[in-house]
Design a protein around this ligand. Structure first.
Ligand code: AMP
Ligand code: ZN
Ligand code: FE
Ligand code: FE
Length: 282
């Protein structure tokens, strides 16, 4: 059984439609795929129809842009009730922050002498409800300003670069509780990716577990072999579920092919068995 618990579609910043993503997952030999678009559940219905057609199990999820202290942290949420009003309210606020950020990024880049417009970015974002820096990156690639998304980030869009603009993000602790209240389960995405190691150490992960965190994404392309081994040991100490996944973005991210990392069936079963436990009322 091959299980990939972290992928993005064109509902956020992946390049495949939700249906195409699910078909690609089946073609890649996966038995279970989670759709985890940034801050959005809008791809679920289309993905579910495609999953039924091709006979693959779809886990509806999302990847929430949170903050942990002063830094960003990505929280994977699985199977929350999509109609849970407090969750929907926070997600709407995050999406509004994304929408408002785009003109600010464009203005900053224009200030920097780059001739890019909001329309250029909107065209790249297509049907996405979660406008993001990757769409700005795609517009910059199309204009020939940079060669690829990666270069757009390192030169212009990463923190400290000329086109970086902050946006609203709720606290990680708050979102662990909220996804749980909505009947879902949470896993920290790539906890030690991009310098996350110092913030998300074992003590911090222990506190988050006490707030309801179910697991950590250990097998991710942002983690090297030594980091994976250490994170696996921490998960064992803290009795956290260990997941592995591709963080596939279609053509939007190289070296993140579907199934490049996978989750062990026992870990997946345990994760799913924890869903709904915090709203059962005891
Ligand atoms: P945003 O959520 O709009 O602030 O943009 C963050 C997204 O950009 C994340 O989903 C990352 O996957 C993506 N991202 C960040 N750095 C890079 C990079 N160097 N190359 C490609 N995508 C990136
Ligand atoms: Zn992304
Ligand atoms: Fe992420
Ligand atoms: Fe992701």
């Amino acid at each position: 059984m091959r299980i990939d618990l972290h992928t993005h579609s064109s509902a956020s910043d992946g390049t495949d439609t939700p249906a195409d993503l699910v078909r690609a997952a089946a073609a890649a030999g996966l038995d279970v795929v989670a759709l985890t678009d940034h801050d959005a559940m809008s791809g679920w219905a289309e993905a579910r129809r495609a999953a039924d057609e091709v006979g693959i199990t779809l886990v509806p999820g999302l990847e929430i842009s949170t903050r942990f202290g002063h830094r960003g942290a990505h929280l994977l949420g699985y199977v929350p009730d999509p109609a849970h009003a407090p969750l929907v309210t926070v997600l709407d606020r995050i999406l509004d922050g994304r929408t408002e950020r785009t003109p600010a990024i464009v203005a900053a880049l224009r200030e920097h002498g780059i001739d890019i417009t909001e329309d250029d970015v909107r065209r790249e974002a297509g049907g996405s409800v979660a406008a993001g820096r990757p769409h700005v990156a795609d517009a910059l690639v199309r204009q020939g300003v940079v060669g690829d998304r990666g270069e757009a980030f390192t030169e212009l869009l990463d923190p400290g670069r000329p086109g970086y603009v902050n946006r609203y993000a709720p606290a990680l602790e708050e979102m662990i509780a909220l996804v749980g209240a909505a009947g879902g389960v949470t896993v920290i995405a790539h906890p030690w990716g991009r310098g996350g190691r110092s913030a998300l150490d074992e003590a911090a992960l222990a506190r988050l577990r006490d707030l309801g965190l179910a697991g950590i994404e250990v097998d991710h392309q942002d983690h090297g072999p030594a980091e994976r081994a250490e994170l696996r040991a921490i998960a064992r100490n803290l009795d956290l579920v260990v997941t592995g996944s591709s963080d596939h973005h279609g053509l939007g991210k190289v070296d993140h092919d579907l199934g490049v990392n996978t989750t062990e069936p026992e870990q997946y079963e345990r994760l799913m068995s924890l869903a709904g436990s915090s709203v059962s009322g005891g």
